[in-house]
Design a protein around this ligand. Sequence first.
Ligand SMILES: NC(=O)c1ccc[n+]([C@@H]2O[C@H](COP(=O)([O-])OP(=O)(O)OC[C@H]3O[C@@H](n4cnc5c(N)ncnc54)[C@H](OP(=O)(O)O)[C@@H]3O)[C@@H](O)[C@H]2O)c1
Length: 289
Amino acid sequence: MKKILLTGGLGFFCTRFTQKYQHTFQILSTDKDDLDITNESSVTETFKMFKPDYVIHAAAIAVTDFCNDHPELAYKINVQGALNVAKACKAVGAKMVFISTEQVFNGNPEPGPYTEDVTPIPDTIYGQNKLEAEHLLQDLIEDLWILRFTWLFGLPERDCNINPNILWNTLNLALEGKKTKITTHEYRGLTYVHEIIDQFHKIFTLPYGLYHIGSHNNDSRYHISEYILSSLGLNDRIHDLIEKDETKFKEHPRDVRLNTGKIRSYGFDFSDTKVAIDKCIQEFHFNMR
Ligand SMILES: NC(=O)c1ccc[n+]([C@@H]2O[C@H](COP(=O)([O-])OP(=O)(O)OC[C@H]3O[C@@H](n4cnc5c(N)ncnc54)[C@H](OP(=O)(O)O)[C@@H]3O)[C@@H](O)[C@H]2O)c1
């Protein structure tokens, strides 16, 4: 059985990954309490003891505002931590998966969807950290897959972490009943977390390199929220719960969508966002009608 070491093992992505693959791979799931990635010697020691075949480096501070407010801490974890993990991969001959983000494109003047060939211009600390880490890792190791994720969504599950995401956030709006403004000028790929996890074992068969990964979506954030409320059976409450914010991002619409043609050409498949939302709601038998 191949061995996989996870960093950020208690997070949204890795808790679901471990549930899916715990009988397929020998998994060592680590997080900051047992393996702080900023502690280089601990990282090296743990890797030497476990001798992973693959490392999925998911640990990060991924909250944009927090990173902007704490740039030194964000750099230490998102850049230096990633470098520590990559050095340890090199020392033990492990193949590394680095999870990056669509947010590397949030300062690009031209709209998405972006291919892997487009030069990113990040305008947040989080986006800058991820891009710098991508470059440092590419310089250091060859056995490296960099996956730029779109924004993942999912619902709470037993023994799994939940993060703010478009579906859970919208559901919470319905539960709280407080009317909220949502921008009509933001476009993002929105991907059901299990659609990535279910295909993740195939990542290890890809040529090394950079891949954009996730669903395609042509609708604004407002329109997706509207669609979610409708899919949840809350058509009659839509206008009590959300209203269009037509001023935010009006001058420069925010479009960080990714072109995922490259990874699709290797047999990966993702539903369009609306289909994926319905799939998730159906899988959880969730309907508020
Ligand atoms: N979820 C998305 O929509 C999305 C989209 C694009 C890219 N990504 C990337 O995908 C990866 C996984 O995302 P996720 O949503 O699963 O994130 P997450 O839930 O925030 O998980 C990250 C984990 O890393 C831990 N961590 C923080 N500092 C650490 C340190 N010094 N040492 C070890 N672990 C540390 C966090 O602990 P604490 O929570 O206690 O800080 C958390 O458990 C991240 O790299 C993220 O940037 C995610």
